[in-house]
Design a protein around this ligand. Structure first.
Ligand code: PHE
Length: 362
């Protein structure tokens, strides 16, 4: 293919002149050295490497007589190498400068005081719940959960709580609209017993901490929203001795080396059922005017018992092979006792100064 070359590429051989070439190399090296940033260097590269006199010289070699080509080619090649090396050297230098600058500019002085405002504090109920749960987890039990909006069936029927049981009445239970929709705010964590037995196969060792609801007015000793922790064990050969052993361990982990005792009680879902007390960890029964236990020497903890056979049957567990025990305690009560919180309202109100006393400010 032949034809007139575009005017931008005149081939007069002048760019090949040794002096012209030296000058071009010199100009390129100067331009690269003077480029203070990547943008400047890019412009210099376009002007002196991609285009410019040296590139021009290379193109002019083709027009030379054959015997002059080798020598000119060598000169242009050397010039090109010098320009390219200078360019790459400058790229490296600029990169090194940039890295060094970033290290300084983006460095963080961790010793500078921040004036940071505290965000809040972990709520002591949450902390107590975790502490109680940890006692069980340390024994190898699993944590189980259930929904706070629970079916009436799980909350009552499956637990053998009959239709006419007083706990179902409007004054105790929050019913979810519509009232005949079969949903309640769970009144205890015991429905998690049913859920666990339905979804797991024995041996079952689960602990279920969580929120529960009852239609009580908020006062010094009551709150309509509170927390319980439920323990359930289903295995072969479990007896009341195991139940008492588990409660003993749990109470000791929370309150120190104190005795427990049980009194006969009634819950539809356990048979036999018991109320558990533990020895007052303040006076151990030695102080008639003890404010912790009212002088009785015992503090009431909560309900417990052997899982009613009816529950095992209802959840498909053979009651002739397996037996189990369960207990449930109030978290707020444990917190009140263990940490000397007098008024329930302090627990509920969510004042960060209250939470902060428990040492978990964040
Ligand atoms: N769910 C009972 C309550 O809320 C406590 C309990 C749990 C009793 C497990 C026996 C067994 O009072």
């Amino acid at each position: 293919m032949s034809g007139p070359r575009p005017p931008s590429l005149p081939v007069d051989g002048s760019a090949l002149e040794p002096r012209a070439l030296d000058a071009a190399v010199h100009a390129a090296l100067t331009a690269f050295a003077e480029a203070g940033d990547f943008e400047g260097l890019k412009a210099a590269r376009l002007a002196h490497l991609d285009k410019g006199p040296v590139a021009q010289a290379r193109r002019e070699i083709g027009a030379l007589a054959a015997e002059a080509k080798a020598e000119a080619g060598k000169r242009v090649g050397e010039a090109m190498d010098a320009v390219r090396a200078a360019y790459l050297g400058r790229v490296e230098a600029l990169e090194a400068e940039r890295d060094a600058r970033i290290l300084i500019e983006e460095g963080v002085d961790v010793t500078v005081p921040t004036g940071r405002r505290p965000l809040g504090a972990r709520h002591p109920v949450e902390l107590t719940m975790q502490r109680l749960t940890d006692v069980f987890v340390a024994m190898g039990w699993e944590v189980a959960e259930g929904p706070e909006v629970e079916s009436e069936w799980m909350n009552f029927d499956a637990l053998n709580i009959g239709k006419d049981h007083p706990a179902r009445q409007m004054q105790d239970t929050f019913f979810v609209d519509p009232p005949d929709g079969g949903l309640v705010l769970r009144t205890h964590t015991s429905p998690v017993q049913i859920r666990s037995m339905l979804t797991r196969t024995p041996p079952i060792y689960v602990v279920a901490p969580g929120k529960v609801f009852r239609t009580d007015d908020l006062d010094a000793t009551h709150t309509p929203v509170f927390h319980q922790i439920e323990a359930l064990a289903i295995d072969t050969g479990l007896t009341m001795a195991h139940l008492r052993g588990a409660i003993d361990h749990f109470v000791r982990a929370m309150f120190g080396d104190v005795k427990t005792r049980v009194r006969a009680s009634y819950f539809p879902f356990t048979e036999p059922s018991m109320e558990t007390d533990f020895q007052c960890f303040v006076c151990r029964g030695a102080d008639d005017s003890c404010r912790m236990c009212g002088g009785s020497g015992w503090i009431e903890l909560g309900g417990s018992g052997m899982v009613n056979r009816k529950l095992l049957i209802a959840t498909g567990i053979d009651p002739d092979i397996y037996s189990g025990f369960a207990f449930g305690f109030g978290i707020e009560r444990a917190l009140q006792l263990r940490n000397g919180v007098g008024d329930m309202r302090d627990i509920v109100e969510g004042d960060v100064r209250f939470s902060g006393q428990f040492g978990m400010a964040v």
